[in-house]
Write a protein that binds this ligand. Structure first.
Ligand code: PA5
Length: 443
């Protein structure tokens, strides 16, 4: 088993776990019997068994075609149409994957997840004269950020390769039947892949949404789904003492009950920074509603120990940490001996940074626990395609159970629309005229 949960430093007593057993079992049943709110969005629950095998083969073929036709893929999407993919690529290839793993796949850059002009221009400069392809990923096709980015990259492709050449390099992942992007893709003749109807966007990274750019970037997506499948089998047991995904859900629920309203997902490798971003969307959009939920924060240690470490140790006592610890480094680096020892570091001469990192993790954990911030530890054996698939399923399953435990529908996101309405009004989008004046008066 390559993912393990340790609750030794959670600061809970056994009876606390037992008291919530009925609630946890009910939440688990709502999920497995598909009788809870949002149950029409449970396509992820058995995804590793039921995914579309014909589409999977087309994804593999398209990834090979992208690798043959281009050096760069621009993956355009936001939120659930972006975060998991980037998390997977950085998890397996590290933050410098585009520079270091060229033989394995194309460089993948992500656009459409912000409205920064500079960011888009920088990507165009990185592409330079090199060949590139585009995977535009949007269920609706009308989300502002990816729609604006797609216009820019589509125009660039058409200028460079002509309309017919661009058509060969644009891959659209969208709704199977409706929506603006589906219509455009059919009119223009792009190859299309499907954002499934029964899987919410934040659960979609192991559908075509993430699998195509991951495969083009050189990930082994069969291994990703194998990890997901094994996790799906492993986390079936309704007894949370025999099911770490359920146990993690129970622990998160109890933390909330005890006034720990902030969960910090703390990792010790920059390869996990984007995994933390993915986790934040998953947790925040699923649980943050009806005035409830844990506020999810992610941190990368030891880097962030030099910024928010002080607060975690000594600030208001509202948080607990979930440490995501990777047992084996992707690569090793050893601290060399230095006879001058000006920095006083010779006690660590010959140690690997991974060994130092582990001591930092353990020391930090005990210090934070002593300071009143309980810690859970999720250990993963290595950063691989397989363990990425496993971890993704672990978090999906756990979050679904904890969402039902706190009594929300974990599969909707009504709050996401509020900012969009204001933005559309201020941008002058037709249909929002009435709101505009009132909003401008408040600014
Ligand atoms: O979780 C969500 O619903 C959002 O973050 C969406 O993923 C995001 O808005 C992208 O939507 P679309 O795929 O329609 O462009």
């Amino acid at each position: 088993m390559s993912v393990r949960l340790n609750i030794q430093n959670a600061g809970l007593r056994e009876h606390e776990l037992e008291y919530v057993r009925p609630l946890a079992e009910t939440a688990g049943m709502l999920l497995t019997e598909r009788t809870g709110q949002g149950s029409e969005m449970l396509g992820w629950l058995d995804l590793p068994h039921t995914y579309d095998k014909e589409e999977f083969a087309r994804i593999q073929a398209a990834a090979k075609r992208i690798q043959a036709q281009s050096q760069v893929l621009v993956a355009i999407g936001i939120g659930g149409s972006y975060l998991g993919t980037r998390a997977g690529l950085e998890f397996t290839k590290g933050p410098f994957g585009n520079q270091l793993h060229k033989g394995e796949g194309v460089e993948v850059y992500f656009a459409g997840s912000n409205l920064s002009s500079s960011y888009v221009q920088d990507i165009l400069d990185i592409i330079g004269d090199r060949d590139f392809s585009v995977n535009v990923i949007s269920k609706s096709g009308t989300t502002t950020e990816p729609a604006a980015a797609f216009r820019i990259f589509k125009k660039k492709l058409e200028e460079r390769y002509g309309k017919a050449g661009a058509r060969e390099r644009i891959y659209a992942t969208t709704d199977k039947a409706k929506g603006a992007l589906r219509g455009l893709a059919e009119t223009e003749g792009y190859e299309t892949f499907v954002v499934p109807d029964n899987i919410g966007r934040r659960f979609s990274c192991l559908s075509a949404v993430g699998l195509l750019p991951m495969a083009a970037g050189g990930m082994d997506i069969e291994q990703v789904l194998k990890g997901c499948l094994d996790a799906c089998e492993r986390y079936q047991n309704p007894d949370f003492l025999k099911n770490d995904a359920m146990l993690y859900a129970v622990l998160r629920f109890l933390m909330l009950m005890k006034g720990k309203s902030v969960e910090i997902l703390a990792s010790y490798d920059p390869s996990l920074t984007m995994f933390g971003e993915w986790y934040k969307q998953l947790m925040a959009e699923s649980e943050g509603k009806d005035g409830k939920g844990l506020f999810p924060v992610s941190a990368n240690f030891t880097t962030d120990l030099h910024s928010i470490g002080q607060f975690i140790q000594d600030g208001s006592r509202t948080m607990f940490e979930t440490v995501l610890w990777v047992e084996t480094a992707r690569r090793e680096a050893v601290v060399p001996d230095d006879p001058a020892n000006v920095d006083g570091l010779n006690f660590a001469s010959g140690m690997t940074l991974q060994e130092m990192n582990e001591k930092a993790m353990k020391g930090t954990l005990l210090a934070h626990v002593d300071g009143g911030a309980p810690n859970l530890v999720i250990t993963v054996s290595e950063l691989s395609d397989y363990t990425f698939g496993e971890l993704v399923y672990f978090f999906w399953k756990s979050l679904a159970v904890s969402g039902y435990m706190i009594g929300v529908n974990p599969f909707d996101q009504p709050g996401v629309e509020a900012y969009k309405k204001n933005m559309f009004a201020l941008l002058g989008k037709p249909g929002y005229e009435d709101m505009r004046e009132a909003l401008e008066a408040r600014l």
